[in-house]
Design a protein around this ligand. Sequence first.
Ligand SMILES: [Fe+2]
Length: 688
Amino acid sequence: MASSHSPGPARLDLVRIVCGDPTHAGPGFDEVEVATTLPRTVELAEQPLTPGSFGEVDLDGLTLNHSLELDIHVRATRPETAQTVLSLEGSDDVGVSLEVRRQRFCLAIGDGHLELSTRPIVATRWYRIRIDLDLRPGGRVKVDIAGLNTRSPGSDLAEAPPSQLATAMLALAPIGEMRRCLFAASAAGMRFDGRIARPRVCLDGVALRWDLAQDIRGRQLVDISGNERHGLLYQLPARGVTGPDWDGTHHAWTSYPEHYDAVHFHRDDLYDAGWNVSAELELPSDLPSAIYAFRLRSSAETDRIPFFVRPGAEASTADIALLMPSCTYMAYANHRMLIEGADFVAARSHLRPEHEYLRDHRDVGPSLYEKHSDGSGVMYSSRRRPVLQLRPGADGWNFTPDTDINAFLEHIALGHDIIADEDLHAEGIAALAPYRVIVTGTHPEYWSTKMLDALEQWLRGGGRLVYLGGNGFYWRVAFRDAWPGAIELRRAEDGVRNWQCEPGESYHSFNGEYGGLWRRLGRAPNALVGVGFCAQGFARAVGYRRSAASYDSRAAWIFELVSGADIGTSGLGGGAAGQEVDRYNTALGSPTHALVLASATEFGPDMTRTKEELEASIIVPSPDPVVRSDVVFFETPGGGAVFSVGSIAWFGALARDGYNNDIAWITANVLRRFLDPAAFDAELGRSD
Ligand SMILES: [Fe+2]
């Protein structure tokens, strides 16, 4: 699916991406055209993006001729902007809607407007609005608005409910046949930021009532009136969020859903662009597993839309697989950190056009690193929309560096397949079982429980893991079949994060699991891969100093060809250790028999320890002993082993001097030995 702001013909090719990194951090951009049955040329149309989550209920067969009752709880987060809370559409495009205008609730009927309150409503406060409408000639409107009490007696005095009109006159007329009810939207495109709870409408005596505490994991709006007018949610609004009655006594929606009977809509939610298909390709079953892209070239521009191909069902597999961290790609989808200058990578100011596009186009939807326009954290991200920085070269973070690892694997030519996080989630250990060696990307940060379970199980069975990145295995995420192609993240309790969960909202709506750092969930990455995130800083990278343990016969083979104690002393940013780094820490479960082969400690002052490495608010010593990157190796049961580098910057030191350097030799030595079926002797690691 493609769209262009300059509609017209474009040349379409399938290309295999060997290296998507155009900078000299890697071996150079490298793509190979692949012959296909694709049409050579496609006509690109301009396809719109319509963000904004909403709910829809079919009202076909109902009428609105004489009476309407409306009862709803509303918590507006941006009441200063014009919004539609709920609209009832008649089949003649005439309808009734509850709106927010000029910070007041407002009733719109046809072209008429009735302001329901004289005092402004307060952002993030719950109100209950009840409206009785008599549509017969000479009919009246009866309105009752109540502000629900908060935990603040002072605010409850100062923010008394907006004074209401007991009755009012309005030019009323029958609406007739009804078509649909929209929550948080109107046919005219007005959207709503905030929460809705306990909606009830009664049309000519037919009452409909939706219990939003039901199907929190899914997309249904469940009608409990008995009239079976169930609805659906679109564009992934937030569920599992606190409702009007939440008082802090419960924190898990699963244990007390009555306190979570609300849906939080955002005008900038975008789950599915819903575009028309531009071209279709059935992949040949013998297409080699690799990173591919659809390359579109018009006279004005070139774009590449990447995707990952696993071996065909009947094809044989390689013994090595590169696990593309597609959950990370989803989490960062359309992130704005390079544009809006969070503390992240301030030094990198040159954005490629694909990424720069984001600057002026918020309609592609936010990433899990942003807040919504109403200030609430973005808890869901999807790949069913344009993801602009998931382009070869568009962003020097995640996907592009991961293609540098792919290029290295192609260079050493041991044979490797491509698999992705979503495969691992969908299939569990079956996705890993064909492989003796799994190589991670540079930043495999986001893991579902099922993914982590599968990796752990595969390691117990003798798998060999090469963790070539930093800040991996950090956050828990959730998937849900009702919203395929999306992940959910609750940034609970602790960790380096651009927003924090609202109180009472640390449980994923998708599956009821408690969210947050795997470290806080009892599964620190240290226990799995020997190291865990401890510091970040993007100004420069540094080298490692080998330890005495690196000369141990258990590990000396890793350093074949390497002479000298200092390794990885050049590369992107100045060394192999940098960006986000991990350390060995037995207190967090790092195996005691692991060998710490090398450590980097001489970072610049911008490399600061992570929040979760602080308890009290202290003046951090300089140099800070917890700020380090440790390279570790250890054996596992079943003859397997783990090699972890604990640094995102490792990739940027691989390609120097045509791969003739210590970091490339070390990485290749590990891969060759891990590929050898000869079991690692776990006894060697036992200290008795
Ligand atoms: Fe990250």
